[in-house]
Design a protein around this ligand. Structure first.
Ligand code: NAD
Length: 461
């Protein structure tokens, strides 16, 4: 069966029926489906590598470390922890309800729509799908049309091996997504830009569909005088130029203290040349398409180029580029960069940095490189952002115990590990009363003595 063999309304209605049949409820069934997904990925690993290389020349090493291994981990963790995550949890009961017991039941939300972005095409589509399966949902997946080879491969693999009532991939772009968004889903999980996030949120509101929005924004990296400079630069260079900067949580720009700014740039120069970023070396990728290539090239102010700046239009490659000294007025500071261009802004006072970051939208990630715990705490307590690291960048995403998501315009909700299970689950609260006794205080007639008792009991509750 091919991906476009079924219409959107057919698969949607099919999934509603499948979910209503209760087939996804047994934990053993969910675990078996997750195991099956892992086996499909393992059996087709070579094809997964080839497809992503064809989309934007990503190497096997980077694809394994930043996509496939994460999916295997998410599946293994879900299988091993599902019984605990899904367990009905007892909670305390207040005196007013005595005698009774109270508990919360995790129930699957139902039929989910998962829309992915192109930059980590496997992880961004299948990781939420793993969470949906673990939670007992059915799901329709819509990969990004920009990474067409990975989109086609995921459609082929999923649609050949799974019942479309349970899991199905609909390929397509704006018109297909627009059609999908008109339906009454039980959950929409979207990864992509803030602009499209608004469209998704608006469409979801019409049917009161709960959403998780994994969006973007400008993620700062702040470097204080007290940092370990060589370690900072090593980790920062890796994080910025991984996937040629096309990473939602890549450091978008750097703010460096004035006393170490020149040394920082010299160390950046050394580290970038040591890393030898290139597609041939397997540690660099193409810019996804010509549209993004020209958008990125327009963000480079050549008077500010301190490192790199060369663009190979034919190969769709932009050299690792550093703009220094940049300012908040620089062109590259006007939008999320999402490419291998790093503006470096010099600062004097950390308080000013915090104020400047807080005047913009809340970032998806933020990083502080420092050994000064007072500055670290000041930053962590006064800047609101989705998640981040102290003395590193990007790596917080590799710990599935840390819920991953944005805040404000960088997103709504979070996933990975248990947070993923929770995001596709409803927490149903139950008060289970005993029929042995009834205090009768709430019933007519409402006497002064009853009111006294009510006051006493409510104080105890
Ligand atoms: P995008 O918003 O252009 O596309 C995302 C998805 O939305 C795609 O599947 C696309 O087909 C669909 N889409 C595009 N236009 C649409 C429209 N008008 N109506 C309905 N659907 C539409 O994003 P992108 O270019 O694929 O990804 C880049 C953005 O995603 C960046 O802003 C990046 O920060 C963000 N991102 C966020 C995360 C995260 O986890 N928070 C991860 C990756 C990327």
């Amino acid at each position: 069966m091919h991906t476009q063999d079924l219409t959107i309304s057919t698969t949607f209605e099919g999934q509603k029926k499948y979910f209503a049949s209760g087939k996804t409820l047994a934990l053993a069934v969910r675990k078996a489906q997750l195991k099956k997904l892992k086996e499909i990925l393992q059996a087709n690993e070579d094809r997964l590598y080839k497809a992503i290389y064809s989309d934007f020349r990503k190497s096997i090493f980077d694809t394994y470390t930043t996509e496939i291994s994460i999916l295997y981990h998410e599946i293994d963790e879900a299988i091993s922890k599902l019984s605990t995550w899904a367990k009905t949890q007892k909670v305390s009961t207040n005196w007013v309800n005595f005698p009774a017991k109270s508990y919360v039941i995790k129930e699957p939300l139902g039929v989910a729509l998962i829309i992915g972005a192109w930059n980590y095409p496997y992880q961004l589509l299948l990781s939420p799908a793993i969470a949906a399966i673990a939670a007992g949902c059915t799901a329709i997946l819509k990969p990004s049309e920009l990474s067409s080879a990975t989109s086609a491969l995921m459609a082929e693999l999923i649609n050949e091996h799974f019942d479309p009532g349970f899991l199905y991939v609909h390929e397509g772009g704006v018109s297909e997504t627009t059609e999908l968004l008109t339906l009454s889903w039980n959950k929409i999980f979207f990864t992509g830009s803030v602009r499209v996030g608004r469209i998704v949120y608006e469409a979801a509101a019409k049917n009161l569909v709960p959403v998780t929005l994994e969006l973007g924004g400008k993620s700062p990296a702040v470097i204080t005088e007290e940092c370990d400079l060589s370690m900072t630069v090593k980790r920062l260079v890796w994080a910025k130029y991984l996937n040629a900067g096309q990473t939602c949580i890549a450091p978008d720009y750097v703010m460096v203290h004035k006393n170490i700014a020149d040394d920082f740039i010299t160390a950046m120069q050394r580290e970038i040349s040591k890393e030898c970023f290139s597609i041939e070396n397997g540690n660099y990728v193409q810019i996804i398409n010509n549209h993004n290539l020209s958008r990125l090239s327009s963000l480079i102010d050549y008077e500010q180029v301190a490192i790199g700046g060369t663009i190979d239009e034919h190969a769709r490659v932009i050299e690792p580029t550093v703009l220094y000294p940049a300012s908040f007025q620089s062109k590259a500071m006007k939008e999320e960069i999402f490419g291998p261009i790093l503006p470096v802004i010099v600062y004097d006072q950390l308080e000013t940095v915090i104020r400047q970051i807080n005047t913009g939208e809340k970032p998806l990630a933020a990083y502080i490189f420092t050994s000064d715990s007072i500055k670290r705490d000041l930053f962590l307590n006064q800047v609101s952002f989705g998640g981040g690291c102290v003395n590193d960048a990007i790596m917080h995403i590799s710990n599935s115990a840390l819920p991953f998501g944005g805040v404000g315009s960088s997103g709504i909700g979070a996933y990975h590990g248990k947070a993923g299970f929770d995001c596709f689950s409803h927490t149903k609260s139950i008060l289970q009363k005993s029929t042995l006794i009834e205090l009768n205080l709430k019933y007519y007639p409402h006497t002064p003595s009853k009111l006294n008792w009510v006051r006493r009991i409510l104080k105890l509750s």
